[in-house]
Ligand binder design. Structure first.
Ligand code: FAD
Length: 806
């Protein structure tokens, strides 16, 4: 065995083999894969191999499509069959809501070039004659659906990788991974030690154990999963074509043709976890004892739709373990705080996603970043807060609700509440309905007194529509108080703090103490990888605020940015709590509570300072606005938040203050056309495309992305972020709805909602730059309906911004 490699991949399942293949395909030399036993010795050998492409969100659909498309090429390159069956797929809908979901998703994935459409029940019977359509409402047809033979597909990735020069050592378990001071990894096996520049953990069912060798804990746990294969079914044997892949989301079942029989799989309830304390090292090409009674309900439901099942003999029952993460998404990318350690873990549908994951991982390792935004799968989205108990609760929930419909702004309850802001009980008493971000509860909205505080989600306007409108109205007319702890908060201190920030951020730094600026944080290509505010408290002391879910991803950037400079960056997110006071009465209220002058002369728009507020000392006050109203963000040590909160609410009574939640905030900012991180802003867009060009200062001598920006600022981008007013009727845009112009799809919505104060249904989205025309007649496709939309050249509320500056 060689003693050095550029990249060592641990694990020879479909994911590891795909990562290896893509690394060498993209030109990475000297790549080695180490496999404990035979290739496929985890979940990969016994998978059902089913493939579908109509899924959400959009980057995940891109991964599915890439994976689906790569099998043919893989067969050519490897000379080995993947057992690829390109049958197309059926998404069955037993209810109107399911049909609405598929209509939405089908429209969204057109962007990826995935063709799908709703078909009649006659058409369902034609494409799958074994289906009795009487329990069905509708069905979706997807062109890119089918299945592969899992072992063959994995071997094909491995064979193609070998042909391109990669080396695979089977029967070579990794027993130690030791970080070396120079950033390399010592990878120890019984057959020898390899020094690796980069290490990839693709150990599937053993992802936790391999992570532990590097001293880290991944929030993963395996679950049991059943499918069965029938004997020959005469109705299937009589067909002269192959049945499509069939997904029946409302019963959590999937089916496909296997030989002349049927394969039926189910996400059974209750979920049964496996090997919670750790996957046994000796577990190999094995299955778990089957318990087919766990599939009884699913079988009955499926037999109702596929009556031939009822009389079919069962040839084979598979009960195998698969590994889940707390939100079902894989854990990908460089692990924060470790150098050159990449995760490709928690992949629960590896044959749908393995190809795309291999591509993303190879890009990340070779280029430093994946080619499209995959933050939703970044390993950095979970911190230590994702405890084993939380992981157990969420994986159990998502297993049982694997195919549930996803609704606008829906929050799941599993594993919560986990982290609470100090005023949590007080907000709960005020009838808050909570969401959670980075494990931290935040009030999404407040249910009216006497009503049950819970979401009743829907694609049309849900039960929170009116209460949120009322919150918005109160913020615009008097003042609203938002609990605002869910922010990523960092102090940046030291003699080189300014120099360090200046090269990190695209905008110029605030020149004077007590001022603040907004700035994108860019990558080398000028794409946005963060959207932050930076406040200068003194010459060598700054506060940087950004998205809370990005805080570990930010730390990953900070750790490698100019490490030679004398600067100390501290993540204060868990130490500081926040409140956000906004509205025309906000200034008067703050002035009443502050023990110093907070007038516009002392604390103008976009300024910062430390004040004693309502007797609470050392509150960091930022005068900034995301609502379009006079606004103050107030940050204090956690223990002071309850006192600050109560005193503001007490004094605010006379001003007509109301509690308001995040859903109001998101709608108020839509009326101002303020883009939001993760929705309208992401690494898929340049600062110029996102309309943040004014926040990029190319006159600065150096910052990450400057070279690209010098070119980009001269060019028209591919797309532009715009705001639409939509004639929406009862269902507002939410995200991923196509924008049409003259019969052509020219863009996509990134966020939307109802502007309570302007009484307009609004949405932001990217439109092809050559199609931006305020006089054009656009439509936005909402739930299959073309809704007329008018492009707005200015914010629909207070376009001059005089209210927030007042
Ligand atoms: C019953 C069932 C049905 C499924 N059906 C589908 C489906 O229809 N479609 C779909 O897309 N997915 C399906 N899946 C999921 C799919 O099987 C997994 O997502 C996929 O196999 C995960 O691949 P992996 O490479 O991440 O992990 P694994 O397949 O678990 O591979 C990990 C590899 O790492 C090796 N390894 C571990 N530790 C070490 C070490 N220390 N040193 C060296 N090597 C090590 C292991 O031996 C193993 O070979 C199904 C799963 C099950 C259980």
């Amino acid at each position: 065995m060689r003693s050095h490699a550029n990249v060592v991949v641990v694990g020879g399942g479909v994911v590891g083999c795909s990562v290896l293949y893509h690394l060498v395909k993209f030109g990475q030399q000297d790549c080695v894969l180490l496999e404990r036993q035979e290739l496929t010795s985890g979940s990969s050998w016994h998978a059902a191999g089913g493939l579908f492409t109509v899924t959400a969100p959009s980057p995940v659909a891109e991964v599915h499509k890439y994976t689906f498309d790569c099998y043919r090429e893989l067969e050519r390159e490897s000379g080995q069959s993947c057992g690829f069956h390109d049958t197309g797929g059926l998404g069955l809908c037993r209810t109107r809501e399911e049909a609405e979901m598929y209509t939405r998703m089908g429209a969204a994935v057109r962007r990826q070039g995935i063709e799908s459409h709703m078909i009649s029940l006659d058409e369902v019977r034609r494409r799958a004659p074994i289906i009795d359509t009487s329990p069905l409402y509708a069905a979706l047809w997807e062109d890119k659906g089918g299945h592969v033979d899992p072992a063959s597909a994995t071997q094909a990735f491995a064979a193609a990788a070998r042909k391109l020069g990669a080396v695979i050592h089977r029967h070579t378990p990794v027993i130690e991974t030791n970080a070396l001071p120079d950033g390399r990894w010592e990878v120890v096996t019984p057959s020898g030690t390899i020094i690796a520049e980069v290490l990839v953990n693709a150990a599937g069912l053993w992802g936790r154990e391999v992570a532990a060798l590097a001293g880290i804990r991944l929030p993963l746990v395996p679950v049991e999963h059943h499918y069965l294969v029938t004997e020959t079914v005469p109705e299937i044997a009589a067909l002269d074509f192959e049945l499509p892949q069939i997904n029946d989301g409302e019963t959590n079942c999937y089916a496909r043709q296997e030989g002349q029989g049927l394969l039926l799989g189910a996400y059974e309830t209750p979920c049964r976890h496996w090997a919670e304390a750790g996957t046994p090292m000796e577990f190999g090409h094995e299955l778990l004892p089957d318990d087919i009674s766990r599939m009884d309900w699913h079988f009955e439901q499926s037999a109702e739709i596929m009556p031939c099942l009822a009389s079919a003999g069962v040839k084979r029952i598979i009960n195998g373990p698969m590994i889940f993460s707390p939100d079902l998404g894989p854990l990908l990318g460089p692990y924060p705080k470790l150098r050159n350690y990449y995760c490709a873990n928690g992949v629960m549908t590896g044959f749908n996603q393995g190809g795309g994951i291999g591509r993303l991982m190879a890009e990340w390792i070779i280029e430093g970043e994946p080619s499209f935004d995959i933050s939703c799968w970044d390993v950095a989205r979970f911190g230590d807060w994702a405890t084993p108990e939380y992981t157990r609760a969420t994986t159990g929930y998502f297993y049982e609700h694997r195919s549930d419909r996803v609704y606008p702004e829906q929050d799941h309850v599993a594993g919560r509440p986990l982290r609470k802001p100090p005023v949590y009980d007080r907000l709960k008493a005020a009838n808050a309905v909570f969401g959670a971000s980075f494990g931290l509860e935040y009030p999404a909205w407040y249910a009216p007194a006497g009503t049950e505080p819970r979401d009743l989600p829907g694609y049309a306007r849900p039960n929170w529509f009116n209460p949120v409108n009322e919150e918005c109205r109160r913020v615009r007319e008097t003042a609203g108080l938002f609990e605002y702890s869910a922010m990523g908060k960092f102090t940046v201190e030291g003699p080189d703090a300014a120099a360090w920030l200046d090269t990190l951020l695209a905008n110029r730094l605030p020149q004077r103490d007590g001022r603040m600026m907004l700035s994108p944080m860019l990558n080398k290509a000028g794409r946005i990888r963060g959207d932050v505010s930076v406040s200068r408290l003194s010459e060598d002391r700054f506060v940087l605020l950004g998205s809370d879910v990005m805080q570990l991803a930010f730390e990953r950037i900070f750790d490698t940015h100019q490490p030679d400079l004398d600067v100390n960056v501290t993540n204060q997110s868990a130490n500081w709590s926040g409140l956000h006071l906004a509205g025309p009465a906000a200034h008067g209220l703050l002035a009443q509570l502050a023990e110093a002058d907070v007038s516009t002369q002392r604390l103008p728009f976009m300024s910062a300072g430390r004040f004693t507020i309502a007797g609470v000392r050392d509150v960091l006050v930022l005068r900034v606005s995301f609502t379009g109203e006079t606004g103050y963000e107030l940050y204090c040590a956690n223990e002071h938040q309850p006192v600050l909160f109560e005193r503001i609410m007490q004094a605010g009574g006379a001003h007509g203050i109301a509690l308001a939640g995040t859903r109001s905030l998101m709608r108020l900012r839509l009326e101002k056309s303020f883009p939001a991180w993760g929705l309208d802003l992401s690494p898929d867009y340049t600062a110029y495309e996102a309309g943040l060009g004014n926040f990029v200062d190319c006159d600065k001598p150096a910052f990450i992305g400057r070279d690209a920006c010098i070119d980009l600022c001269e060019q028209q981008g591919r797309e532009s972020l715009v705001t639409f007013e939509i004639n929406a009727d009862k269902a507002d845009a939410w995200g991923d709805e196509p924008v049409w112009l003259a019969g052509e799809s020219v863009g996509y919505i990134t966020s939307g909602g109802y502007g309570a104060c302007t009484k307009k249904s609004l949405a932001m989205g990217y439109v092809r730059a050559d199609c931006v025309d305020p006089d054009a007649s656009y439509t936005v496709e909402i739930l299959g309906q073309q809704r007329p939309a008018i492009l707005q050249t200015r914010p629909v509320f207070d376009p001059d911004g005089s209210r927030m500056r007042a």
